[in-house]
Design a binder for this molecule. Structure first.
Ligand SMILES: [Zn+2]
Ligand SMILES: [Zn+2]
Length: 170
């Protein structure tokens, strides 16, 4: 018998280095909508919709179980371990609000980094800049990363990458 070749499902997308689960699932859902005729069916099928909705807001209480990670992983074509990398480690306290951003990082690679929501994170270590916690132009808070489709402020539509001029050193 031929060994079974593991193939990614057509809706598979690769997580990026340090990407937050909220941002990843936002991309996943938009991608799923392109390749599955009725969007949302995948998550409905395994009954993980409500779980994902919590995770996208960085609510990890109760903490995701191995069983949940495996169920979701099977569905989207990722190892449970790989999903766990998009989650905080168990002791790490999350800041649910405000959603934060290093615009310089975002200009380099357009996605929300999980570590920006750690309570212990004071700024961007790579750029030695404080994180933005609202649009520096109109003061609107950032949407949850699952909704960062255009990468811009919801209200004044300033692109996130243009906000780097307003970031302060720390
Ligand atoms: Zn940065
Ligand atoms: Zn704005």
């Amino acid at each position: 018998m031929e060994p079974e070749v593991l193939q990614n499902p057509p809706w598979y997308i690769e997580p990026k280095e340090g990407e937050s689960i909220s941002h990843y699932f936002g991309r996943f859902r938009r991608h799923e909508a392109v390749c599955v005729s009725s969007p949302g069916t995948l998550s409905k099928a395994v009954g993980i919709g409500p779980v994902l909705a919590r995770w996208e807001k960085f609510r990890f209480n109760p903490f995701p179980s191995q069983k949940e990670l495996e169920a979701i992983g099977k569905l989207i074509g990722l190892d449970a371990d790989r999903i766990a990398q998009m989650l905080p480690s168990k002791g790490e306290k999350m800041k649910l609000e405000p959603i934060r951003l290093c615009a310089v990082c975002y200009a380099e690679q357009a996605y929300h980094r999980l570590e920006w929501q750690f309570q212990s994170t004071v700024g961007c270590d790579r750029h030695k800049l404080r994180l933005l916690s609202e649009c520096p132009f109109c003061k609107e808070r950032f949407a949850i990363p699952a909704l960062w489709e255009q990468g811009e402020c919801n209200k004044c539509h300033t692109p996130f990458r243009s906000m780097k001029k307003r970031q302060k050193a720390y």
